[in-house]
Ligand binder design. Structure first.
Ligand code: HEC
Ligand code: HEC
Ligand code: HEC
Length: 431
């Protein structure tokens, strides 16, 4: 369907190019034929570039941030709350007054590559140009060409509300001088073409590190690339993609990694929350080759030990009692879906036994799943995902802690206990 549309628009553009030439009616027939060919080629290549740009914009999930909930696509206005204030995304449709209709390829490149607006204002890294700087000029131009084909939307968005002292521009310039190094991805010649493609997508367009890394108090990512971290301003933990105890994929078959990335579920787990959005809006649209390249790169990442490792509990009488209550709650509320031994139902309900999303040291995501419920993303490969109901109104904090402590230590799982306090804190900061 999409391919047919692209083919149709190429045909249409080609026809336009030809008819312009006919109006021009040049005298020498041969020259005219040659010119026709060149124009037609130009039209085809610009259509190709635009469709490539559309694909790349999806791989970079530009729309995800630059579209407000229920708002016009790419017209901005989405609020991103962070400890530094609330950033409102700008309109990047080609509207001349409120969007980027006046921008040139060069202005756009400066935004993606250097993190600077058209007027030279340094941009805040809530726009992940710290990752997008790895994008090539060619890809940047293609994305720009695509954005310029969108219908312009005249929409003024409210300004970002940045807290003192972060609203003081020299501080941002200083931050950039310390933490930001512009630079296009440099292929590692010792590695395969496929590996480099995966690295380019993960490190650049996919901006995985924007979530999957620990940030310092100034919001900068340290050297622990893809080492996992709490997402700023939200109560989600993006697990380490380099640790076998969290979401490292070294031990996974390639097919299961691509399945997780492009459908949102795999035999071992299901994506949820912000990751489900990433899969739905971006990763499910990757071509087969690109998904495979990404999976190969992720699989090749060297193992690092998790930053925080909490030991499984020593089973005292009190702990035993806690587990027994947890087991009862599990039987009553969870077993129907997740199975009597935590095995889940393949493709429908994720297993809890052996699921690292359940056992990883920071329990926030598991607590969230139980309190708020959730859905894996709806994708072409899993169009009608089964959901999990919220238990916030059904279970008390101590009960949520009991059932989670139990599933973190049943069926061969081993992880620290979840405390009532941890559940309580999640309820407060649930967004
Ligand atoms: C995580 C959210 C996020 C994603 C993903 C994102 N942006 Fe943005 N973008 C922002 C925010 C926030 C700003 C405003 C930053 C500021 O005002 O300092 C911004 C600013 C921009 C600007 C500068 C606009 C101006 O008027 O100065 C451009 C251009 C832009 N983004 C393009 C893109 C493109 C292209 C992509 C995808 C490759 C993308 N963005 C993905 C959040 C995002
Ligand atoms: C907007 C933040 C965000 C971005 C961007 C992001 N992730 Fe995630 N990711 C998360 C969160 C939060 C989780 C934990 C929830 C879950 O397991 O689904 C997660 C989980 C995962 C998991 C484990 C999923 C599972 O269920 O086992 C993998 C693998 C992963 N991400 C890979 C990636 C890759 C590769 C990219 C870049 C292409 C990426 N993520 C970009 C937030 C993000
Ligand atoms: C109606 C079926 C259903 C019931 C009942 C149910 N779940 Fe779930 N559960 C799911 C589905 C579907 C998902 C995937 C949700 C997502 O991706 O956001 C899930 C996800 C989870 C996760 C996250 C797993 C991961 O891969 O990250 C945990 C933890 C969990 N459930 C625990 C429980 C507990 C504890 C109970 C009982 C209190 C329970 N569930 C009851 C269907 C159910």
């Amino acid at each position: 369907m999409k391919r047919a549309l692209i083919a149709a628009s190429i045909a249409c553009l080609t026809a336009m190019g030809l008819s312009f030439e006919l109006i021009g009616a040049p005298s020498a027939e041969k020259g005219a034929a040659a010119k026709k060919e060149v124009t037609a080629e130009k039209a085809v290549s610009s259509a190709q570039r635009q469709s490539r740009g559309a694909y790349l914009a999806q791989a970079g999930n530009c729309m995800g941030c630059h579209t407000a909930q229920g708002g016009r696509l790419y017209a901005g206005g989405r609020s991103l709350s962070t400890p530094f204030g609330t950033f409102v995304t700008p309109n990047i449709t080609p509207d001349k007054a409120t969007g980027i209709g006046h921008w040139t390829e060069q202005d756009f490149w400066k935004a993606l590559h250097e993190g600077k607006s058209r007027d030279g204002r340094p941009l805040y890294p809530s726009f992940p140009y710290t990752e997008y700087t790895k994008i090539t000029r060619e890809d940047s131009d293609a994305i720009f060409a695509h954005l310029q084909t969108l219908a312009p939307v005249a929409q003024h968005n409210p300004p970002s509300k940045i807290n003192f002292p972060y609203n003081f521009q020299p501080l941002l310039s200083l931050w950039r001088a310390i933490y930001f190094k512009p630079g296009v991805y440099q292929p590692d010649t010792a590695k395969s073409h496929e590996w480099n493609r995966g690295a380019y997508l993960v490190q650049g367009l996919g901006h995985c590190n924007a979530c999957h890394a620990q940030r310092n108090p100034l919001g900068a990512v340290g050297d622990d690339t893809l080492g996992g971290g709490q997402i700023m301003g939200s109560n989600w933990y993006a697990p380490s993609l380099t640790s076998s105890q969290e979401a490292g994929s070294a031990g996974w078959p390639i097919e299961e990694i691509t399945q997780l990335l492009t459908t949102g579920i795999s035999p071992q787990s299901a994506t949820s929350g912000p990751m489900a959005d990433v899969v739905r809006q971006s990763l499910q649209h990757l071509s087969k080759e690109d998904a495979l390249a990404m999976a190969n790169y992720l699989k090749s990442l060297p193992e690092t030990s998790p930053r925080v490792r909490a030991a499984a509990p020593v089973v005292t009488g009190q702990v035993k009692n806690w587990f027994q209550r947890g087991a009862k709650l599990y039987e009553k509320h969870c077993q129907d879906c997740h199975g009597d031994s935590g095995q889940g139902a393949p493709g429908i309900y994720p297993p809890l036994a052996g699921n690292r999303g359940v056992t990883m040291t920071p329990p926030v995501n598991a607590v969230r799943s139980v309190l708020n419920g959730g859905y894996p993303p709806s994708t072409a490969g899993n169009p009608r995902p089964y959901g999990m109901p919220p238990f916030a109104q059904v279970l008390r904090d101590d009960e949520v802690a009991q059932v989670l402590s139990y599933i973190r230590n049943a069926w061969g799982n081993h992880a620290s206990l979840v405390t009532t306090d941890q559940v309580d804190r999640s309820r407060e900061g649930s967004h």
